[in-house]
Design a protein around this ligand. Sequence first.
Ligand SMILES: Cc1ncc(C[n+]2csc(CCOP(=O)(O)OP(=O)(O)O)c2C)c(N)n1
Ligand SMILES: [Mg+2]
Length: 340
Amino acid sequence: MPTETRKEVYKTMVRTSVMDDIFYLAQRQGRISFYMTCSGEEASVVASAAALNQSDEVFAQYREQGLFLWRGFGLDEVANQCCSTTKDPGKGRQMPVHYGSKELHVHTISSPLGTQLPHAVGAAYHMKLKEEKRIAACYFGEGASSEGDFHAALNFASTLQCPVLFLCRNNGYAISTPTEEQYHGDGVLSRGQGYGIDALRVDGNDAIAVYAAVSDARSKCLSTQSPVLLELVTYRSGHHSTSDDSTRYRDPDELQSVGHQLSAIDRFRAYLYDRKLWTDQEDREFRDHVRAECLHALEAAERERKPPVTGMMSDVYETVPKHLHEQQYAALHQMGVDDL
Ligand SMILES: Cc1ncc(C[n+]2csc(CCOP(=O)(O)OP(=O)(O)O)c2C)c(N)n1
Ligand SMILES: [Mg+2]
């Protein structure tokens, strides 16, 4: 990883973490309805994003906000989506953290697990047929790798030989399901091998290792026009989402020992300090700056108008089918909106 990139990757990891703290607390204060943090997984997400090309098409799960930030997604865009304002391109019809950006080549997050995997393979197949010099990158959790869509996607990617990079964030949990209950074989890696796909397991909390593995894998996808699977082994040190309380199923000692010992941010900061690339003072100032930026973005989004409720069901059908029109009319009538 080039020296300048190291600093930028670290800064985006910290930016992601500070943003997560603020938006998590905003949900606790009732200012937004829901939030998911990327705590502990910042290296897996940001260092991998840095090793991709900006024009690679990305299909993410929902915990990859660091990739959005790396590509230039603004904190105001995060805040407008989470606050469901008129400035949210999704017009407030999605849960918070379901970002998307056509300009940044990141497809919109969808709640049902695994749906992004066949989509990524389809996009990669298109790129192959068009002889484009870019790849599709597809992020997912180890839990999502138990979905049928995962298997369909890997088999298509393998038999059609598509330039798609599968990036599994194996963070130890799928909500309350630990990995011991997720698979009995050799992790997600062996699933890739079973489909005839080159696969590698990487320390997902080592930003430099993640960057190196993703750079190599990307080159391989492009040069051989074939899929590669990387299993980034990391640790979800936060709750699954704001709707979850992980103390119900996770021993707090595990969080203390594994979570803190493996902290990707602490490790990378120690590395940068050691090489005199970053100082304690810079770290404090940068965190304060990002904190202020986040609070400003959140407060500004809170002042924005909400999209009109009458648009709740638009933009799906060119002509709304009769039964949906009737449902929409009945729902809005119930809400006291009669002026349609
Ligand atoms: C098809 C489907 N089944 C179940 C769910 C509920 N659900 C949401 S997230 C999740 C766990 C996913 O775990 P993993 O893929 O490991 O990702 P992580 O949350 O650990 O990042 C589940 C079961 C869903 N959203 N979609
Ligand atoms: Mg998981």
